[in-house]
Design a protein around this ligand. Structure first.
Ligand code: 13P
Ligand code: SF4
Length: 367
């Protein structure tokens, strides 16, 4: 599935879920949850809409949700309120007796779509010609199960934004250089924080099959895949200058999926959980401009009315694909489960799941 599919495929839920009153849908979800009890588990990513997150049994960033999925052994149905790669991860980490559902199959991730397994294998072949066996692959969890399996087979691991530094360090203790997929910004920001110079990082362009480098190949330590998050790339240096001019006292905090120059000019940068914790620990009266997904920023604004909190980009919108999971889709999905219908099941091929689990487990063992 790619982003184009997620945009053009019509929604398949019956019209009745669209016309039902919000309160009726809420009541339906509440009742089904009560009836299914512990047989049902609903993990929800922090970027989900409020109308959905209110029903999550556990909320978290990508790392937390992967950990919860690995720990939960009693739920028969896991209804994942997040995006496709997260549901795949949950399927890989749960048992064969557990079934993972994604309430709307169009909930993909544009970043994960920027790397496919064919491009990855081709890149590895080309890069091996240049660098021999000196490389280890790391993939952000925001990638397909097939890419996680590739990384697992080549002795690498997955990373999330909350453990990226630890995982890059781990990789560089084992090999001289690493290939980091698919988010160039998280890779660059993380390597930079670990003291690797920007010129020691090259960029692999999967569209042209070329390596963009500033130095001779033997000096390259990190090869960054040319991918990005279309939400976090929308925070710019101009946004920072504007906030500094309008509110000189404001703290600027951003997610490391933002570009290097944006992170460099911010006061703080860290994963979704880091941002949440930092605001929670902040003093009443403090002022914050946040550079991350808008559903989360709006939730934080509502939770802390005694702080002055704004989005770093005043024209920001929520992540389009995260927003595909809405209350009608959640209610429909739960109804289908109660009726015993197989729908929107996320099942990763067993061979792929076996190798992808190696990559995930290496991360979970260290996290
Ligand atoms: P984290 O949950 O790791 O902060 O990642 C953010 C994100 O973009 C998820 O899609
Ligand atoms: Fe993908 Fe970015 Fe949306 Fe996360 S916020 S799901 S990385 S597009």
């Amino acid at each position: 599935m790619n982003l184009f599919d997620t945009i053009v495929k019509p929604t398949s839920i019956p019209e009745i879920y669209r016309t039902m009153k919000h309160e009726e849908l809420e009541e339906k979800v509440r009742e089904i949850k009560a009836r299914l009890g512990k047989k049902l588990f609903i993990p929800g990513h922090h970027y989900q809409k409020d109308e959905v997150i209110q029903f999550a049994d556990a909320t978290g960033d990508s790392l937390k949700l992967a950990q919860y999925s690995a720990e939960n052994k009693e739920a028969e149905a896991i209804v994942f309120c997040g995006v496709h790669f997260m549901a795949e991860t949950a399927d890989i980490l749960t048992t064969n007796q557990q079934t993972v559902y994604l309430p709307d199959m169009r909930a993909g991730c544009s970043m994960a779509d920027m790397a496919d397994i064919y491009q990855t294998e081709r890149a590895w072949t080309e890069l091996t010609r240049l660098f021999g066996d000196s490389m280890i692959p790391l993939t952000y969890v925001n990638s397909t199960a097939a890419i996680k399996a590739f990384v697992g087979r080549y002795h690498g691991a997955t990373v999330t934004s909350s453990n990226a530094e630890k995982m890059v360090k781990w990789a560089l203790e084992r090999h001289k250089r690493l290939l980091f997929l698919p988010d160039q910004h998280l890779g660059r920001n993380t390597a930079y924080n670990l003291g690797i110079k920007l010129e020691e990082m090259a960029v692999w362009d999967p569209m042209t099959n070329t390596l963009e480098a500033q130095v001779e190949t033997d000096k390259i330590k990190v090869i960054l895949w040319k991918g990005h998050c279309s939400v976090h790339e929308n925070f710019t240096v101009e946004n920072i200058k504007q906030v500094r001019a309008d509110y000189p006292e404001m703290n600027i905090i951003v997610h490391p999926e933002c570009r290097r120059e944006v992170v460099a000019l911010s006061d703080f940068a860290g994963s979704t959980n880091y941002i949440i914790d930092r605001i929670q620990e902040s003093k009443p009266g403090s002022a914050w401009a946040i550079g991350t997904e808008m559903n989360l920023v709006n939730r934080i604004i509502n939770q802390y009315p005694d702080r002055h909190i704004i989005s770093l980009n005043p024209h920001m919108c929520p992540c389009l694909t995260m927003n595909r999971i809405d209350l009608p889709h959640l209610a429909w999905s739960l109804d289908q489960i109660e009726q015993g219908s197989s729908h929107n099941i996320i099942k990763v091929d067993a061979e792929i799941a076996k190798d992808a689990k190696l990559a995930l487990q290496r991360m979970l063992d260290l996290a």
